[in-house]
Design a protein around this ligand. Structure first.
Ligand code: XMP
Length: 173
């Protein structure tokens, strides 16, 4: 597989993001909410570098099944989430693609009583967005290619790779 972003670059960019995030929140307590499962490594690496009073929770939002699947109904499960009412939420996702997932999850968190929601994504794909959505923090902007590794999967494989790689159409799927 072609490596798009090597592990060392991911680590240094995540460290920069953590510094930006701490500066923006300026000592205010934050509840980090990761969208499983893709956010796994991003969340683990980022929170260890954020110098703020911090709580962590996770939710799942599923609809995406592969490169050709059209996201339709999004099922959000938040039973693992701590109480978020009145909290400042930093929502983490692995990749911003069409923007539908994050738009809906942000609305869901506000519905659940969050005071405010900011969003950090590790990756943002160029030319794919279908709904207007501006994340507050972006790690890398990438071309419109299907990527795996560092938490990102294809059929639940490749998540454990330390780099982010492009899954070629000819690759065994
Ligand atoms: P939307 O379209 O709602 O989708 O912004 C975001 C979710 O789609 C998945 N996604 C990918 N997963 N490689 C992946 O492993 C990719 O290139 C890719 N593009 C989108 C991902 O779950 C993300 O949270």
């Amino acid at each position: 597989m072609e490596i798009l972003i090597p592990a060392e670059r991911i680590q240094s960019r995540v460290a920069e993001m953590a510094t930006d995030i701490a500066r923006v929140y300026n000592g205010k307590p934050v509840t980090v909410v990761g969208i499983l499962t893709g956010c796994l490594m991003f969340t683990a690496d980022l929170i260890r570098r954020i110098d703020l009073p911090l709580r962590v929770g996770f939710l799942t939002a599923s609809s995406y099944r592969g490169p050709t699947t059209v996201a339709s109904k999004l099922i959000i499960r938040d039973d693992l989430l701590p109480d978020i009412s009145g909290r400042h939420i930093l929502l983490l996702d692995d990749i911003l693609d069409t923007g539908k997932t994050l738009t809906r999850v942000v609305a869901h968190l506000i519905d659940r009583g969050a005071e405010a929601v900011k969003v950090a994504v590790l990756l943002r794909k160029i030319g794919r967005q279908e709904v207007p959505f501006e994340p507050d923090f972006v790690g890398f902007t990438i071309p419109d290619q299907f990527v795996v590794g560092y938490g990102l999967d294809f059929n639940d494989e490749y998540r454990h790779l330390p780099d982010i790689a492009v899954l070629q159409a000819s690759e065994p799927r």
